[in-house]
Design a protein around this ligand. Structure first.
Ligand code: PMP
Length: 294
């Protein structure tokens, strides 16, 4: 589903067939989840394929490495170039791009001397549906920021996301909502939370969440639309009083939330600020500007 006989991936300086690439079973990332990754999207525009916010994603990849002491020498510009090359080699336009920095064989709990970079991509068509998410308040909380580097996109952190997602789906919901370890609203397993009340937009502050690139974009778009935004610590009560809510992230873009457990948000999506932001986001990612590495 992610690749076929023809698919090309980038591994350590070379473009190779996905079916012919291998990894070492003694790698530290495989055993301890000690590696970092990104999730990026490219879109088809009239002027060519555009990798949306490539710089922000690759800056975050490098920052994630730095935060957890993984040595990584690529520059953002090199990474952007490689990504466009990879898309071209695979004939991809609307795609999901997954760079992964993974560590050499090492069974000890020390930082690595050498790491590898893998970048792969697969087709990710435009999602045209108006699906609304039915959320489940997770029994898991987000990891405490003193246990991990919450701002880094580290492989192992995603066990928390997998547990929360699986729990929600097993109970018949679409997706989970996680609180932070103090009980404040945090985020979804792979997306940031926004909600609105009386024309004001609210979103949890950074500190206990992954600072999403889409979240940042939504904040910019809200400003552009003249919408008042409050960023802070909010409770479950605040959310339950809200008119409407949405998740945002690179993969899902801006996606409405219908309900949290039995509670249904009263405002129609079409009448919400979220809908306006969703439309504006959709336009922005497909704007006809070819954003290529300088
Ligand atoms: N929170 C978590 C835990 C995530 O994994 C993601 C996806 N990277 C997000 C939020 C949204 O971040 P972004 O908008 O940068 O994709």
């Amino acid at each position: 589903m992610y690749y076929n006989q023809e698919t090309v991936v980038f591994v350590d300086g070379k473009f190779v067939k996905a079916t012919e690439s291998t990894t070492d079973l003694y790698g530290q990332t495989l055993h301890y989840g000690y590696g970092v990754f990104e999730g990026i999207r490219s879109y088809k525009t009239d002027k060519g394929t555009r990798v949306f916010k490539a710089k922000e994603h690759y800056d975050r990849l490098r920052k994630s490495c730095e935060l957890v002491n993984i040595p990584f020498n690529y520059t953002t510009e090199e990474l952007e170039e490689l990504t466009y090359e990879l898309l071209e080699k695979n004939n991809l336009t609307d795609a999901y791009i997954r760079p992964l920095v993974y560590c050499d064989p090492n069974m000890s709990l020390t930082k690595p001397n050498n790491v590898s970079l893998m970048i792969c991509a697969w087709e990710w068509g435009a999602y045209l549906g108006d699906q609304q998410l039915r959320l489940h308040l997770s029994s898991y909380c987000r990891p405490h920021p003193r246990s991990i580097k919450i701002e880094a996109k580290v492989c192992g952190h995603y066990v928390n996301s997998v547990l929360a997602t699986s729990e929600a789906k097993e109970k018949g919901y679409d997706e989970a909502l996680l609180l932070d370890s103090d009980g404040y609203l945090a985020e979804g397993p792979g997306a940031n939370l926004f909600f609105e009340k009386d024309g004001v937009l609210f979103t949890p502050q950074t500190g206990n969440i992954l600072p999403g690139i889409t979240r940042e974009t939504v904040l910019e778009l809200a400003k552009e639309l003249g919408v008042e935004v409050k960023v802070g610590l909010f409770t479950l009560e605040d959310l339950l009083q809200a008119d409407k809510a949405f998740y945002c992230g690179t993969a899902a873009e801006v996606i409405p939330i219908e309900s949290l457990d039995e509670h249904v948000f009263p405002l129609k999506w079409n009448d919400s600020l979220g809908k306006k932001l969703q439309e504006r986001y959709g336009q922005l990612v497909r704007e006809q500007k070819l954003q290529k590495a300088a």
